[in-house]
Design a protein around this ligand. Sequence first.
Ligand code: PLP
Length: 224
Amino acid sequence: MKSVESNLQIITEKIAKACEKVGRDPEEVTIIAVTKYVTIERAQEALKAGIIHLGENRDQELLKKYEVLGNQPIWHFIGTLQTRKVKKIIDKVDYIHSLDRLSLAEEIHKRANRKIPCFVQVNVSGEESKHGLPPEEVLPFIQQLAMYSNIEIVGLMTMAPYIKDEQILRNCFRSLKQLQDDIQNLKLPYAPCTELSMGMSNDYEIAVEEGATFVRIGTSLVGE
Ligand SMILES: *Cc1c(COP(=O)(O)O)cnc(C)c1O
């Protein structure tokens, strides 16, 4: 297994190149190391290599790692979140990437004792297996969130289809960017919506070219 440090160097260079191609500042892109497949030791290696942001998609695994790592990393919850699990993780996480329904918003609002930065998860590709709201439901959904004062919509998140076709991936990311711009332009006080969480091991360079501000990388950074 290659060191996280050497993987990180390669990924950082590729992100810099993608930014250069489209005239973006690489500083705008934050790497989240998705540690869901790996040990606590490997997560610690990532932190030593300079990673600050960690992503987990299951409450139990997040709690296990949190017990050891505490709030040294910035924690991102990136997986499907069951409403009844909210109270277990709400004091541990810094960002939730998978807000996709009102009942979940209500529970986060109720259990949190501070504003929680959330991404609305969007199913851009329309694949049935994917979670998230269809694009046309995103704005009406966000408009219903004004009353939940512990929720701040910082941006939108998507998972692209698991394919190689670059044009399909690009279109998917571009649609999300367009939607994010539209919502940002509304200047809703509780939904600044300036961020885009998109791009994984297979497609982060395209995502960065299309405007990603958070990329979520597991396999090619820390391993599977
Ligand atoms: C697992 C996962 C990732 C990382 O996937 P890789 O292909 O291993 O980089 C990113 N986002 C979400 C939501 C995930 O569940």
